[in-house]
Design a protein around this ligand. Sequence first.
Ligand SMILES: Nc1ncnc2c1ncn2[C@@H]1O[C@H](COP(=O)(O)OP(=O)(O)OP(=O)(O)O)[C@@H](O)[C@H]1O
Ligand SMILES: Cc1ncsc1CCO
Ligand SMILES: [Mg+2]
Length: 273
Amino acid sequence: MLKKCLENVRKNSPLIHNITNYVTVNDCANILLACGASPIMADDINEVEEITSICNGLNINIGTLNSRTINSMHKAGWMANRLSHAVLLDPVGVGASELRTRTAVELVKNIKFDVIRGNISEIKTLANGSGSTRGVDADIRDSITEENLTEYVKFAKQLSKNMDAIIAISGVIDIVADSKDAYVIYNGHKIMSKITGSGCMLSAFTTAYLAANKDNKLMATVAAFCAMGVAGEIAQKRMSELDGNASFRNYLIDAIYNMTGEQLEAMAKYEKR
Ligand SMILES: Nc1ncnc2c1ncn2[C@@H]1O[C@H](COP(=O)(O)OP(=O)(O)OP(=O)(O)O)[C@@H](O)[C@H]1O
Ligand SMILES: Cc1ncsc1CCO
Ligand SMILES: [Mg+2]
């Protein structure tokens, strides 16, 4: 199943429209190329509908939100919904400012997202429609652990029902849930939180998996999360003495570029909950 999802991305080579932040935009473009998809970044209000129309999926990331792009996000989302394209929201830093929280809540209200992907602090804030986060990184106190896993799985399923979207939470342990089923993913390495953009890359990458696997969006999301975690493990093993987070970032993209379906099946660590 995971293998098939990965291979469908290479076979279909989906074109992904990204309205994303200027911090990690290049990493998002490269991870899409690495997995066999194609990126296009476009956020001007006068072209977003046209751009989305020629694409297969839309990735909306509010990382460096500004008043100009908010309208573009709504317009692109509306068109993507009309054309039944895969649509994903990454509510980066929701809770860090009133503008982010209000924008994320409005987007969820007006656009049908297939997947909402964030770290646990972002997803909790979005669920409450208010709250405060420290910034773009998850608060350590929110961490998903073996002790609170059952509770968080229940939370993710309920939120999926409320928001009519797959809820995909990343962290030490990842949870991917719709209203009925949840999968818990144990892949990854702690150094992934030492580069900016592992989450943004995961969102762009997941949008490609959704666009290429429209008949099973839950498993497409699980496959994307497993693949990113596996890539993190492979990249970390490749690091030598003088390597730091910059090399790791490159190794991570390389690992996605070279990943085979067999390797993904062999290394993926996930279970249904
Ligand atoms: N401590 C960890 N152990 C294992 N995997 C991790 C760890 N921290 C993050 N990851 C992995 O890193 C990827 C990104 O998740 P993370 O929760 O850090 O996203 P994020 O906070 O949105 O990142 P960013 O905003 O910097 O782009 C996921 O694949 C996740 O599984
Ligand atoms: C650091 C940062 N600030 C806004 S977006 C972003 C990238 C990680 O989410
Ligand atoms: Mg993030």
